[in-house]
Design a protein. Structure first.
Ligand code: ADP
Ligand code: MG
Length: 245
């Protein structure tokens, strides 16, 4: 579903992603862990075209998103990107719109859906994230956990094949982390391919098929949660995990 080959990314003279290579299968859930500044957010942002890639090759659902020396048209890229969604740490909801409008507005204005059609989709998605009763509330009337669940519902619109999560619970009070992680876990049943950046190690162990450990712009280690967490061959991974405890 996603293939990344020899991806390099710099900001000015600083190389922040160096020779990143991995493949993610359809329906697979992979997580990225590693110290702050190791390039996790930049990697997700490169995959969804929020950052320009310097070199390498990225393919999503068998269509190229970026490839050295090949000019991929805007339209073609947009087509691929329309199958991808991202959820950020900060929920990025529109404060002056209701929960329902937060979900329908992009569908109507960006994707040209009819109002009724968009509304039906929003109602369905609010059910998926357990917020049917909040359709007419404003973001300020919601808890952090509820806001993030709205953001997830919005990312689910248009049935994306691929969802990216960048520290989806880092801005939440501890008592709200669980409800958001439960919603993300439940998406596994929808057969969505997920790439997750998180520091919630218990969650990562439960939800991930594979885990990648990043440091200084490289993937240093990868494997099943068991192999990576239980008998990490890399001393650095063990060190990092110990720091979190
Ligand atoms: P992580 O998400 O793992 O904490 P980031 O991807 O945010 O790491 O950052 C990786 C490196 O890239 C850091 O050194 C960071 O300072 C740098 N960086 C990130 N975004 C920018 C930017 N827009 N301009 C310049 N440097 C950036
Ligand atoms: Mg980050």
């Amino acid at each position: 579903m996603i293939s990344v080959k020899k991806l390099y990314k710099s900001f000015g003279d600083t190389e922040v992603l160096k020779d990143i290579n991995f493949d993610v299968k359809r329906g697979e859930v992979v997580s990225f862990i590693g110290p702050s500044g190791s390039g996790k957010s930049t990697l997700l942002r490169c995959l969804i075209d929020l950052e320009e890639i310097n070199s390498g090759k990225v393919t999503a659902d068998s269509s190229p998103l970026f490839q050295d020396d090949i000019n991929i048209t805007r339209e073609k890229r947009r087509e691929v990107l329309s199958q991808m969604g991202i959820v950020f740490q900060s929920f990025n909801l529109f404060p002056h719109m209701t929960v329902l409008e937060n979900i329908t507005m992009p569908l109507i204005t960006v994707d040209g859906w009819k109002r009724e059609e968009a509304k039906r989709e929003a109602v369905r998605l609010l059910e998926v994230v357990g917020l049917s009763d909040k359709a007419d509330s404003y973001p300020r009337e919601l808890s952090g956990g509820q806001k993030q669940r709205v953001a997830i519902a919005r990312a689910l619109a248009k049935n994306p094949k691929i969802l990216l999560f960048d520290e989806p619970t880092s801005a939440l009070d501890p008592e709200m982390v669980k409800e958001v992680l439960n919603v993300i876990s439940s998406l596994k049943d929808l057969d969505i391919t997920m790439l997750i950046v998180s520091h919630e190690m218990e969650f990562i162990k439960q939800v991930s098929d594979r885990v990648f450990f990043m440091e200084e712009g490289r993937i240093l280690a990868s494997g099943s949660p068991n192999s990576l967490f239980k008998d990490a061959e890399s001393e650095r991974v063990t060190q990092f995990l110990n720091c979190l405890n």
